[in-house]
Design a binder for this molecule. Sequence first.
Ligand code: IPM
Ligand code: MN
Length: 311
Amino acid sequence: MKADLVLLPGDGVGPEVLRESRRVLERIGEIRGHDFALREALIGGVAIQATGAPLPPETVRACQEADAILLGAVGDPSYDGCEVRPEQGLLELRRRFGLFANLRPVRLLPETAELTPFRPEILAGVDILFVRELTGGIYFGPRQEQEDGYEAYDTMLYRVEEVERIAQVAFRAAKSRKGKITSVDKANVLASSRLWRRVVDEVAGAYPDVEVDHVLVDAFAMHVLRRPATFDVVLTGNMFGDILTDEASVLAGSLGMLPSASLGDATLGLYEPIHGSAPDIAGKGIANPIGTLLRDCHEITIPDQAMLWTV
Ligand code: IPM
Ligand code: MN
């Protein structure tokens, strides 16, 4: 196989975890006879520093020509309070390439079992696939910060089509797994969650073999730690998915353990660990690169969808 890969090391621990990833990829290429062309580009704080923009046009061009994008991390506290922030680079990349489906599998490796604070009987059989909506919700709804500094708002907005397409991904994934979906929302308070719930139920009509449960996000935050092995596919919106996957990473032992793929209708995918730039440990060579490596080695196929995550 021949593939053009764009590497975006980004900020903080990004470059060091991606360096390990590059070594693994080169070795996989040798063993399996793949021809990986690797090209680096700028994103995040390092891109702002070099060009003034968190996602420079050269990076967009490189990604347009690529088969896959591999990201380290973005985020740098020295930009706190600035209008242009490193995270905007990643958000813009997701938006521009229509990467609406973020798959975050939680599986435990026996080799790192000692990292987890949980008792073995709680963890036995844990195998969760989080399907997080990635280009809508409160991350992308209308927002404003008033000039006087006294008022600011963000809007959690979902449209039917946005919920439909992410629900389709979750149902297809569930069909090839244990056939169970837990859809997580806050429908007792939020209108966007009531729409979410209704659309998920409508999509469920086409999948009679898949069992669907709706769980409120606060309760789920507790259940996922008390009985993680009872969940199969967890379908949720952008912000809830962001928070819950950091939480669920504790099951696997650390935030450094979870890989993720951000996919859309086209074949171009963005692959990244779920963790951030961890500036407090950057440059010390102690960041756990497993989430980044797993991302390179993972295999997830969503049937009937141009979605494939495999090396
Ligand atoms: C993640 C990260 C990003 C997010 C940040 C860096 C914008 O936390 O991928 O989970 O919030 O989606
Ligand atoms: Mn996050």
